[in-house]
Design a protein around this ligand. Sequence first.
Ligand SMILES: [Zn+2]
Length: 291
Amino acid sequence: MSCEGVGLHSGAPVKMRIVPASPRCGIVFRRTDLDGFQIEANSHNVARVSYATSLMKKGVLISTTEHLLSAFVGTGIDNAIVELDNLELPILDGSARPFVEMIQKAGIRKQRRPRTYLKIRRSIELKEGNKFIAVYPSDKYSVSYSINFPHPLIGRESLEADLSDGDYLRHIAPARTFGSRQDEQAMRNMGLIRGASRDNCIVLTEDGVENPPLRFKDEFVRHKVLDLIGDLALIGRRILGKVVADRAGHAMHTALVSRILKDRTLWEESTLDDKDPLPASTLDPVPSQAV
Ligand SMILES: [Zn+2]
């Protein structure tokens, strides 16, 4: 399955292809423009994290991984190889929906190996000023997010999504990234959002939206849930736990990932019994995968 587009921050044109992978492979990125250099989607390779999450290994960068990684979690894909011919993933429409559609079109193949979960055993809470993120023990994976954004259309929004209930595909995947006209120049000066357009993000004006309609009245907090799921995927295993975030961002999301992985007493590896409806999965191998 392949697609092409531009990177949100670099503005660089990029072709991307997703291919099936063997069990235990996890999600692996490959830079086809650099002799297939591989970067595993895990916390060891997390690099710059500010307006997007980037991976780096031996100086090679892969930027803005969160929307695709989120789509993999939402569709139940554990193992896949993602080939890119540039340094940033395509932003497409600014949501995870095009990635979900690509995965669904390819088909999902259940693998023989049972899925290994990271089951949270003890509560973990991180605070930084008025930002907060935590994870609590639970038998399922759920995410709840609150934001408080000083804009007449946003203000305080909260949302809870249960990933075992199919909430993701309907309520989270279509939510697009957003930015404001007021911040645009400052961000461009920092070398960011060079690929941003009205087609790939919600553009906020002082009191409204430049490119309506919104896909949901609370599309903003839904996108934050989407980002959080994508960033937590860097744990490398599906989580069993209840995640709660308030005004967090990529930096706090990935801080939680590091905190969890650093302390082995906080979690245990767990497989559900034979009745697990979700064994490890990859994409269905399809005959025509040429880009
Ligand atoms: Zn995002």
